[in-house]
Design a binder for this molecule. Structure first.
Ligand code: COA
Length: 134
């Protein structure tokens, strides 16, 4: 079974259960009701299970990502990087990306991951940014 990155819009019972493991503090039903063309959720699915997810808000050609989270048991296997890269690739009209500095990992680990993903820290905005070249 292949790891695929999907835009989730309507959650199955299994999706709710998986998302509660990814974001234990979140109300997945409320999250689902807030999704629309601007407010999106992308997730990494493997063997019918969600392993990681990220939230995206699109405003014009800008995309703001937040809550990027890979389930602990699946970390350091390339899932986070693939989720981020494929989310960018699925939104080619977005040319300016930001990702909220809202991680739970240490600053060094996040910096190393962001560097691997091609994001740079913007001290003024206090978040990581990525400019897509056309
Ligand atoms: C940060 C996070 C999303 C990374 O996801 P992941 O699937 O574990 O990362 P990947 O396997 O795709 O890592 C890709 C590269 O990033 C770097 N990297 C990732 N995690 C790292 C860590 N803990 N320490 C150092 N470098 C790291 C490495 O260069 C890695 O490549 P390598 O494994 O070949 O060395 C994940 O650890 C996570 O969910 N953390 C908790 C939430 C969080 O802090 N999110 C960040 C929001 S800004």
């Amino acid at each position: 079974m292949k790891l695929t990155i999907i835009r989730l819009q309507h959650f199955s019972i299994q999706d709710h259960s998986d998302l509660q493991k990814i974001w234990p503090q979140a109300d997945s039903h409320r999250l689902e009701s807030q999704l629309d063309e601007r407010h999106r959720l992308y997730a990494a699915r493997f063997n019918e299970r969600l392993l990681a997810a990220v939230q995206l808000v699109i405003t014009g050609n800008e995309g703001r990502l937040s809550q990027l989270m890979v389930r602990e048991v699946t970390r350091r296997r390339g899932v986070g990087l693939y989720l981020l890269e494929d989310t960018l690739a699925q939104n080619p009209h977005v040319t300016r990306w930001q990702i909220a500095n809202d991680g739970t990992d240490g600053a060094e680990a996040i910096a190393a991951f962001m560097q691997a993903a091609g994001f740079q820290f913007d001290a003024e905005l206090k978040c990581y940014i990525h400019q897509q070249s056309r």
